[in-house]
Design a protein around this ligand. Structure first.
Ligand SMILES: [Zn+2]
Length: 466
């Protein structure tokens, strides 16, 4: 049987977080009443003229420099012609031959090295309006009794990032997509929230025999808005294509839908013709020529990006925890505590397991953590530290009970009350230790020091085994 190599590329769309739309002054507001943010430009009234949003252009360049893209000296808006009820102009203003951002790359850190993914281009366009299908149980056009159009979304600035077909597995595609999302969010150019539809991805998948040159027909899965389903859809496409190639079936290059219920892809049922969008330069807009000073200012103002932070934290807490901290945005909390003298592992654990706190409270929290206070005191300190300044002295007196003589009778009674669990532990299931720790914590009203309790429990359970 042949050794098949998946070839995957992504087209990622992110709604830019500007105050107004791409070519008019209508406000962008997620969740506003239907058709409350419209005007002659975004409703495509005859004679209405577009005016580009300067901030959207800046945001696109900002992402472009973060992705090491070549920034165009001369970029051109183009009309992409097609008909759809949610596109009243009959064309979308996009960029085609001369996008704002050309070749670039994103380097994804992994435990064993780096995965470099080429960026083919990143361009700016306007989103279409939103069609809402009513009357059907599924919310899809099939089975709906009517379809309504909400023009609030029409004209939202949309950044499209196209990768090279450099990805080789669903996991790799997801790693890339998560890092790209995190980068976009940290740059402040988009909320990039899949569940709100402000981040969507089209996925292109084909397979070829390892070592084979060139590409076989690819399947495009459009408008995916869940990391889980993107991963599953890629795996389903690989499975189905390998089966088809091995059965010597001819594959067609086409658009597919992923059905989570059957975990299979089926050919998209609409009758879209071959992609003949008859692109031509938008005659109502002049080309964009970003000044070199602007590009340099944006490049110079880039924050430390997530990939670099993962690499910087890796020696302190290991790769897995460094990625987790950065992916959840908890690394800054951990850094604040570490800077106040809490050791890095403890800082990372606290940052991952506790809520946000005001940066000015880092010193007091660090003192409280180091003093090993009761869990209850720590809970109270963190709850308050989220919204107001705290004083460490209010908590430091509430040290956790680590006195073995005081804990001994509690531990003895917990062990005596749970002979079954003691047997289970003795039988080798040492993971059940947490159960005993929990019981002791409950008996002591959360005042026991869990580290001391764990150690004592382990000793007593070992003794009872002998
Ligand atoms: Zn408008």
């Amino acid at each position: 049987m042949a050794d098949w190599e998946p070839v995957i590329g992504l087209e990622v769309h992110a709604h830019l977080k500007t105050r107004t739309k791409m070519f008019c002054r209508c406000a962008l507001e997620y969740g506003a009443g239907e058709n409350t943010h419209t005007c002659p430009v975004c409703l495509a009234h005859p004679g209405a003229l577009p005016v580009p949003n300067e901030r959207a252009i800046e945001y696109t360049i900002k992402l472009g420099v973060a992705l090491d893209c070549e920034i165009a000296e001369h970029a051109v808006f183009a009309r992409k012609n097609y008909f759809y009820p949610d596109l009243p102009k009959g064309y979308q203003i996009s960029q085609y031959e001369q996008p704002l951002c050309g070749r670039g790359r994103l380097v994804v850190p992994t435990a064993d090295g780096e995965e470099e993914v080429g960026i083919v281009r990143a361009h700016l366009e306007e989103d279409a309006a939103k069609t809402v299908h009513a009357g059907g149980a599924t919310g899809r056009s099939v089975g709906a009794t009517s379809s309504l159009v909400d023009f609030n979304r029409g004209g939202t600035p949309l950044l499209e990032i196209v990768t090279a077909p450099d990805l080789r597995s669903a996991d790799q595609a997801l790693r890339f997509l998560r890092l790209l999302r995190q980068t976009i969010v940290e740059l402040g150019v988009s909320d990039a929230e899949m569940e709100k539809g402000t981040l969507r991805a089209d996925v292109n998948v084909s397979v070829r025999e390892r070592g084979e040159e060139g590409f076989r027909p690819r399947w495009e899965i459009k408008n995916m808005n869940s990391f889980t389903f993107i991963g599953r859809a890629i795996e389903a496409a690989i499975r189905q294509q390998v089966a088809a190639h091995e059965a010597d079936e001819t594959l067609e290059q086409s658009t597919y839908d992923y059905d989570p219920d059957t975990d299979r892809l089926t050919v998209h049922r609409s009758k879209e013709e071959a992609e003949d969008y008859r692109y031509f330069p938008e005659p109502d807009l002049v080309p964009v020529e970003p000044p070199a000073e602007l590009v340099e200012r944006l490049r110079g103002g880039l924050p430390e990006l997530p990939a670099a932070r993962i690499r910087r934290l890796e020696p302190l807490v290991g790769f897995a925890q460094a990625s987790e901290l950065v992916a959840t945005g908890n690394d800054r909390k951990a850094e604040l505590l570490a800077a106040e003298g809490v050791d890095w592992r403890a800082s990372a654990n606290v940052a991952m397991n506790r809520g946000d706190f005001l940066p000015e409270n880092a010193g007091a929290l660090a003192a409280i953590i180091r003093a090993n206070v009761t869990r209850e005191a720590l809970d109270e300190a963190f709850a308050k530290a989220a919204t107001e300044p705290i004083d460490a002295d209010d908590y430091l007196a509430r040290a956790a009970v680590g006195d073995e003589a005081a804990l001994e009778p509690v531990i003895a009674s917990v062990l005596a009350a749970n002979p079954g669990q003691v047997e289970t532990y003795r039988g080798g299931k040492e993971g059940i230790l947490g159960f005993f720790v929990g019981q002791v914590m409950r008996e002591t009203g959360g005042k026991a020091d869990p580290k001391v309790v764990s150690r004592m429990l382990r000793e007593r359970l070992r003794l009872s085994r002998n």
